[in-house]
Design a protein around this ligand. Structure first.
Ligand code: CA
Length: 506
């Protein structure tokens, strides 16, 4: 059999991506010869495309070519004009609803988690100590080091102690219109399912983000909050933190895992460091796993507004009701204004790494990014760090930046995240385990002990999307159940909680 040299996705496509580096002069189709050296993952014109002619990949227009482009030409970010962004008014909804019986059956229907009084179950049993202002972070981090050494060994049912520090809380315009976004993130982080309802909030004492903004009156009691300015000096302060943590750990140690249905599971999907294979291998495989979880009654969140902006009408078509469509239009419209006010548009998103990986513009990136949502109907659209109220596929309208999307989804309550990458990133989250899926075999060979699953065999035809999707599904359940640890947790590679703050800093 002749070696497979490129991947074409839809019949309509007039470009394909190179499966490996293809030297100039390689015949890829009868009569079509590469006119330059084409790097792996980059696009090749399969037909002659006249100046201003449309370039199709995934069956959609990525843009128009700036000059006459004969078959065999390398097409990259310098070759294309960007199309207009799709409008948000009166988007058709409910026109592409895949019935539940057409979604793939999950091979397992239960997992082992920590049941909570309400909301999704926990995938870990942790003491989460959340700050109301960055001023306390240095003290808290030191205290948590001591807690892990002196207290954690006494409580074998508790997995970890986490200092949840973030940049918000003071020196901010606390009543600015968008301030509700970071405040909601802090409030929902305190109530994360992995913290089991045990509240420990550490403040300084003079900050704008007062306890009553993040806790209910019933929660805002001395047992749950500790104010550093109340304590005379270092030793008293540290002892107070240790004693409070000890009381919380005693309660958390009573929690145990139990067999739970998939309907108690909430997970997130994200991608980063994407390449042109991401939308062919890793993201559709993750989408397959997502469809299995949704079919089993579970909840999956996908995000990254800038990266689905050019396919927003495709998502509207998958909205189950008008309310979801309207919220989608409102959230995406808010984001358009946010970028407009910053003097940029959505095409500011692709990175040098994305370009090197063959992604020419945001349209191409969007089509790949959307694939991780699978095919399920969208039951609810939520804003950044909002908690979902429904079960099924949720569109959470967060920024696409990995380090901001992650904390937003954590605040929304995800028990773990599946992260697809083409170029590679050591990214991880301390509160919710992160499973890393790469798009190419070369990435897995390179970072063999940092990438959990390779979707590369989909590109070479050695495995199907269903096979890799099932592998991802099984790993999701194993990690959620505490049976497996992804590499990011084995090494303790954890990013900071960079919560989204579009409101003014004063
Ligand atoms: Ca991202």
């Amino acid at each position: 059999m002749a070696e497979k040299l490129f991947v074409k996705i839809q019949e309509k496509d007039n470009v394909a991506i190179a499966l490996r580096d293809l030297p100039k002069g390689t015949e890829i189709l009868p009569g079509v010869v590469t006119r330059q050296d084409i790097p792996q993952a980059h696009k090749i014109a399969l037909t002659d495309i006249p100046k201003d002619g449309e370039v199709y990949r995934y069956g959609v227009v990525l843009g128009t070519v700036i000059e006459d482009t004969p078959a065999g030409t390398w097409i990259n970010e310098h070759s294309l004009h960007l199309p207009e962004r799709p409008g948000l008014d009166n988007m058709a909804w409910g026109t592409n609803i895949v019935p539940k019986d057409q979604l793939p059956d999950p091979p397992r229907t239960t997992w082992m988690g920590y049941r909570n009084a309400e909301g999704p179950a926990g995938t870990r049993n942790m003491l989460g100590i959340v700050t109301t202002v960055q001023c306390t972070a240095g003290v808290l981090k030191k205290a948590v080091q001591r807690m892990k050494q002196e207290l954690l060994p006494k409580y074998p049912n508790v997995d970890d102690i986490v200092a949840v520090t973030h940049p918000y809380g003071c020196g901010v315009a606390i009543n600015a219109p968008n301030a509700f976004l970071p405040i909601r993130a802090v409030r929902n982080l305190i109530h994360h399912p992995n913290f089991g309802g045990e509240i420990m909030v550490v403040g300084l004492g003079c900050e704008k983000l007062s306890y009553d903004r993040v806790l209910t009156p019933e929660e805002n009691i001395p047992e749950n909050v500790l104010t550093l300015q109340d304590w005379p000096g270092h030793d008293a302060m540290m002892n107070a933190l240790m004693e409070m943590a000890d009381r919380k750990l005693q309660k958390l140690n009573k929690r145990t895992r139990e067999e739970l249905p998939l309907s108690d599971l909430l997970i997130g999907m994200q991608c980063g460091g994407s390449d042109a294979f991401s939308g062919v291998t890793a993201n559709p495989s993750a989408g397959y796993a997502s469809d299995m979880i949704v079919k089993g009654g579970g909840t999956v969140m996908f995000s990254e507004v800038t990266e689905f902006r050019d396919g927003v009408h495709m998502l509207a078509a998958r909205c189950l009701d008008q309310e979801a469509r309207d919220k989608l239009a409102a959230e995406v419209g808010w984001y358009d204004n946010y970028l407009d006010e910053g003097g940029v548009d959505r095409d500011a998103n692709p990175t040098p790494g994305n370009h090197a990986g063959g992604l020419s513009n945001i349209v191409e990136k969007a089509m790949g990014s959307i694939a991780k949502s699978g095919t399920s109907p969208i039951v609810q659209v939520i804003g950044p760090a909002e908690k979902p109220a429904k079960k099924g596929l949720i569109c959470a309208c967060t920024p696409a930046s990995d380090i901001v999307c992650g904390p937003s989804q954590v605040a929304s309550g995800i028990g773990l995240q599946v992260f697809m990458t083409g170029r590679g990133t050591p990214y991880g989250l301390e509160i919710s385990p992160v499973i890393k899926v790469c798009s190419r075999n070369e990435m897995k060979d390179h970072w063999f002990d940092m990438i959990d699953i390779s979707a590369g065999p989909v590109a070479t035809g050695e495995k199907t999307i269903a096979e890799v999707g099932t592998e991802i599904f099984n790993m999701i359940l194993d990690v959620a159940s505490g049976v497996k640890q992804p590499f990011s947790d084995q090494y303790g590679f954890h990013n900071d909680m960079c919560i989204f703050n579009p409101a003014p800093i004063t």
